[in-house]
Design a protein around this ligand. Sequence first.
Ligand code: C2E
Ligand code: CA
Ligand code: CA
Ligand code: CA
Length: 277
Amino acid sequence: AKKRGRNQHYFYTEELNVTVQKNIALDKAMRQALEDHEYHLYYQPKVNLLNGDIIGLEALIRWFSPTKGMIMPDQFIPLAEENGFILELGKWVLQEAFRQQKIWQQQGMDLHVSVNVATKQLLDNQFESLLEHLVKETGVDPNKIHLEITEYLFMDQNDKNLNLMKRLRSKGFSISLDDFGTGYSSLSYLKTFPISELKIDKAFVRDYNTPDGAVFLETIVKMGQTLKLQVIAEGVETEAQARYLKKIGCECYQGYLCSKPLPVKELDTFYLKHKSC
Ligand code: C2E
Ligand code: CA
Ligand code: CA
Ligand code: CA
């Protein structure tokens, strides 16, 4: 029995080693990919449910590896958050999204751009000065930028985070609370923090026609109305989902029903043709 125990131990260590080694390889490849310009931003329309107008776009990162093809963010963002590379990658994302928003604005395409910001980025001491620098460099109007953050930030409800949010707001940036409902449901922060938008996680939209799912959606939408927050539902794929959301007073949605995330060129073509969904 002892022997088997040792073998098992050995086995687990090996497995752990494989994971660690894979992560080391991925870490290296991720960093190299930035130098090699293998990252691209795709953009997904945010749609007004009442009139179908496209009101904004969410920037979503894609990695095009010459050997592996398109790699989705779920495959590398978590590791980047863990090992700190997100600071560098996130900086590129912000710069690229700001630059692109400015281009669209100059072309008369008056749409805000939402950018995902990892908690680690927000809590970095350089974050504010980075934003300031990028605003100057790209000429973007911060009023056209939404920063999407998750509830993790509110685990630690200290004045430091609150003051940071307030300063970002006063500079013109909007704050969106991403994946709402999946995290730490101390709701008091919704009142305290200067949030402008709630994004309902797609898991709840998927379950809209179950009793619990329906109650959950209606509750969030009502709460958003009470707190005067914009509420946007993610992952809307069907007309039935959109109809239901509209019925309960949800103002906006994002999802394949309008469009999947698109590269800039395709997005431009799509927008010229549609303007609305
Ligand atoms: P998220 O911020 O919640 O983004 C929404 C995800 O839902 C995106 O997945 C989007 O492609 C997908 N989606 C949109 N409409 C639908 C739909 O109708 N049905 C379904 N099933 N899915 C839909 P994506 O692009 O794979 O991104 C995954 C996650 O990776 C994002 O979730 C976000 O947390 C993270 N991420 C993406 N880009 C960035 C980035 O630039 N920086 C950071 N820090 N995180 C990012
Ligand atoms: Ca997001
Ligand atoms: Ca989300
Ligand atoms: Ca997410």
